[in-house]
Design a protein around this ligand. Sequence first.
Ligand SMILES: Nc1ncnc2c1ncn2[C@@H]1O[C@H](COP(=O)(O)OP(=O)(O)OP(=O)(O)O)[C@@H](O)[C@H]1O
Ligand SMILES: [Mg+2]
Length: 446
Amino acid sequence: MSLEQAFQSLPPDAAEAVVESIFSKPFLNALGFSDEEIVPKFGIGKWAVDQAARKNTGDDIFLHTQNDPYLYMEVKGRPANLSGEMYPDHRDTVLQLKRYLLAPSSKSVKWGLIMNSLHVQLFRKHGKIVHPVTSCLSLEGNLKQVVKLLRQHIGSPPKALTIALYNNKGGVGKTTTTINLAATLTLYKKKVLVIDFDHNQSDLGDALNLSPLKNKVLGVLKGKSANIRDIITPYKLEHPSLKEPLGFDVITADDAFSGELDEAKLRQIVKLHDLHKALESLKNDYDYILIDSPPNWRLFAQKAIYAADVVLIPARHDNLHSLQNASTAITQFIPAMREKRRAVQESGPIVLPIFMNNTPTRSAPFQVALMHNAIKKIIVKSKSETGFDLTHYFYPKYCKGQKNLDMVSVPYMAYIPRADFMHMPAAFAFKPAREQYQNLVKEYFL
Ligand SMILES: Nc1ncnc2c1ncn2[C@@H]1O[C@H](COP(=O)(O)OP(=O)(O)OP(=O)(O)O)[C@@H](O)[C@H]1O
Ligand SMILES: [Mg+2]
């Protein structure tokens, strides 16, 4: 049966078992997997995902060996609403898929689909991160186009995960964290590119003793005169605390975009999506692309978020505005960029749990209580005004019975600003700082 015939033969309220028996296989066939490359009810520890698929290689027939699955598909019936991210059915199905994708036996899996024969959405797995790649795509009247789009993604998985570091409050540690995450990922043999998109301050280049670019970025963003590879500077450090010289690539800020710029004029020259587009050609050269954003919500910050797969928000326990701004970013700014990318069938970035930078090693109980109190108010306000529950963004381990208030954090360390004066990443120069950033990298990514 062709995919079109299978679609037409489904009753309007087809239950999960009906979608499974009539539509799942033709759908995976259309995505390029033959019958011998598909295993239904694929076991993952104590669970089973509805469908798993992988191309056969030589004698290794996936249906028989069931080794190294490449893609999972979680199937629902038509009554389950998968048409948008705000629906509980969608949320529950994504949580289920995530559980499967992140199970220890799913190491080889790169892609996940949720599908109810009316809508489908594609997710990618990169290390510990699962993020949506497409918006919730409607299949009705669009079968061919959707299949084509999904095949394009699945056939060429990009290597890089793009992370924007953002908080529109200044001085919370965006630049420092960008540099030290890059350095630490390098210690794990990951290939990293760092982009300084805070052209006004160009702190990142300065912290590594790299000069800003002079009128080079505009040509790259416009996709005309320059190749993005031509504006990359390799940064390498030889240091007694390192076993071997280590480094990563950097695109420094551009002097041409510093100073007071006319935002309206700028928007006529450079477009919201152009960084996202410019990075496409680099996505197979790097494991991670990190973008340091400016502390505002103007065009360059928006471009950084638009281009990202995930956003990491540093905040400070002793700075109320950094906590409030984190909430605004999660409930307003980032959804606005997701909306823009939905318009082109893509999905904007997910937000990782906020991390507290600069926390005191010996906690001052009074300040900690103030912080938790402020966060409680922010959570309540957001829930009542927008319906958005921020609890897990602040407290990723929170669950009703236990009310665990652990947060992701990097403590205050004198080594960190000291490394700035030495123009090198603290994670390279000082072992105690390295250990802190290794914890952060493991918490989020590896
Ligand atoms: N965990 C830490 N311990 C001690 N000092 C830190 C820590 N994190 C950052 N700092 C210091 O705090 C200062 C501000 O950090 P940073 O420049 O990274 O913030 P930012 O958010 O990028 O600021 P801006 O918004 O101005 O770009 C720097 O001097 C940096 O060295
Ligand atoms: Mg900065």
